[in-house]
Design a protein around this ligand. Sequence first.
Ligand SMILES: C[S@@+](CC[C@H](N)C(=O)[O-])C[C@H]1O[C@@H](n2cnc3c(N)ncnc32)[C@H](O)[C@@H]1O
Length: 225
Amino acid sequence: MKIFSGKIKKTLFVATLSIAVIICILSGFSYGEQRQDTQQLNEQVSQFLKSKKYSWDYLNVPYEDGEILYNLVLKGKHKKILEIGTSTGHSTIWLAWAAAKNGGKVTTIEINKERRTKALDNFRKAGVAQYIEALLGDARIVVRELKGPFDFVFCDADKEWYLQYFLDLEEKIDLGGCYTAHNVLRSYSSEVDRFLEYVKRHPKFKTTIIEGSGEGISVSCRTAR
Ligand SMILES: C[S@@+](CC[C@H](N)C(=O)[O-])C[C@H]1O[C@@H](n2cnc3c(N)ncnc32)[C@H](O)[C@@H]1O
């Protein structure tokens, strides 16, 4: 039995072809827009970071350490990022820039209201505000309340709590996720040394240290559950 006549078949064929062409054009547009968005973001963030390279003055990470964090997040395709110690936002901007490219976001915690306000202003100027949730509070309490999971943590706050932050977060870190900490080579704090000893011996994390600016960034990545 002939279900479709020749004419109907032709009409169906033309309709299907037209829909396919429209889909191709629309997806081409959205890909083009996406590329333009990324390019725009790249230009705005890198210009901002370069312009402020030598004027960060609230215990912020040096430029090269920010760049190291950016590359770690990008390379590891991390998306669920937590930072302890925002200050005025230098490292947060590097983390958020990489998170934006990976389709992720950064949650960051700062106890000092004035620094957080300055950070919010910097996030807007750098063009990364939409990728950041900036919490005001005592990280010693907040990290315990955060549900996680996280696939990247950057710890850069009170040194005497370094080990405790890790203990509170280790179970909330995904397999393949990494916990990083700043100033591990130049902290002059025995608590940072205790933290470092702990992560180096941890059977479920592999730890390496990146010298960077000389301050040192420890990178402990979860290898087992
Ligand atoms: C070294 S600075 C962070 C620099 C920042 N990562 C950057 O590169 O811009 C440490 C920050 O941690 C904050 N901080 C110290 N103890 C804290 C706590 N218990 N909870 C939240 N923030 C804390 C300080 O106020 C300070 O701004």
